[in-house]
Design a protein around this ligand. Structure first.
Ligand code: BTN
Length: 333
């Protein structure tokens, strides 16, 4: 599967993107000269950038620019601020212009036994996947699409609460940049100012009673334009709107710095080590919520999470634990 990645139709556009990434105006002639192609060829390339959702601006008589510029993903930049322990644990960092889904690609690497300790990032996903069969909108350069592969001994029961702990790791990474109002929504959404900023998709492979492989997929909006985000069916937040200027590369490094040591020690520490931190960030603590799982719904007051990461709902004085489902504020969808 990974062989197909290199054939991304976006790859030939990388040189022109690198020129436009500074956000300055470049004439068609200057671009042609720099790229060694005709102005007509430049024009064709620019048209493709627009097809991929990049907000290219054409200024009459002057040229073209990407307003606000674009910080392209760079392994050099990611490694330069990666924490020491994470640097040891990260076996490989793979960067792509486009894949279908970083999780899908990493799952196939895991199957081949080559995915442990690998972090796979893509500027764009053509078929990004969310939880519960949803799509995850990931246009070029407009966020973070990251998957990390990890193999665990001890079966699936050692991984209880892992997806919630991953949420804590993302929130801690955001804290390093003083991003305000970061909260967690059970089980593993990261919210900011009452809207979803980041989502986590955990996928398992292998022997669920013994050695199993996990792919942790993280999507985070950063520079997502509302014209492109029309397919998102829930209120969403964007990092650049909440706190402009945060580097995607530095944020990726911060996420890996938080997450890799967590994965390394998770079978020993478990969710207990993260439960208190999770509860402090709980978006819905003490609020009346509705939990939906399949066709069933339950209503109650959210009273935190258990040591296994289950949602605790107080329903008429009785606290029940739930391991799956989707919560919303009571009365709202
Ligand atoms: C959710 O629905 O909240 C989970 C979203 C997870 C999206 C990320 S983006 C990187 C990785 N690759 C995917 O296809 N999905 C995850």
């Amino acid at each position: 599967m990974l062989d197909t990645i290199k054939k991304s139709p976006l790859e030939p556009l990388r040189p022109v993107l690198e020129l436009l990434a500074d956000g300055e105006t470049h004439s068609g002639e200057a671009l042609g000269l720099a790229l060694g192609v005709s102005r007509a060829a430049v024009w064709k390339q620019l048209q493709k950038l627009e097809q991929y959702g990049l907000a290219l601006e054409s200024i009459k008589g002057q040229g073209y620019r990407l307003p606000g510029g674009l910080e392209l993903l760079s392994s050099e930049k990611i490694y330069s601020t990666l924490g020491e322990q994470a640097g040891v644990l990260l076996r490989e960092l793979m960067l792509f212009d486009e894949v279908d889904s970083t999780n899908t690609e990493l799952l196939s690497l895991m199957e081949e036994g080559r995915g442990h300790g690998v972090a796979l990032l893509s500027e764009r996903q053509s078929a990004g996947r969310g939880r519960r069969g949803r799509q995850w909108v990931s246009p070029y350069g407009a966020g973070i699409s990251l998957s990390i592969g990890w193999e665990f001994n001890g079966g699936v029961q050692c991984l209880e609460g892992l997806s919630l702990a991953v949420g804590v790791a993302i929130a801690r990474a955001l804290e390093r940049f003083s991003v305000p109002d970061v909260r967690l929504k059970w089980p593993n959404d990261v919210w900011c100012r009452g809207r979803k900023l980041s989502g986590v998709l955990l996928e398992l492979k292998g022997d669920l009673t013994d050695r199993c492989a996990v792919v942790i997929g993280i999507g985070l909006n950063s520079g997502l334009r509302s014209e492109i985000a029309t397919a998102i069916d829930q209120p969403w937040a964007d990092l650049q709107q909440v706190k402009p200027g945060i580097s995607r590369n530095r944020l990726v490094a911060a996420i890996l710095t938080e997450l890799l040591p967590l994965l390394y020690s998770y079978t020993e520490q478990g969710f207990v080590a993260y439960r208190e931190a999770w509860m402090k960030l709980d978006q819905f603590a003490g609020q009346k919520v509705t939990l939906q799982a399949g066709s069933q719904t339950w209503s109650g007051v959210a009273v935190g999470v258990s040591e296994k990461g289950a949602l605790k709902l107080n329903m008429d004085g009785q606290v029940q634990h739930f391991h799956g489902g989707e919560i919303s504020l009571r009365g709202q969808v």
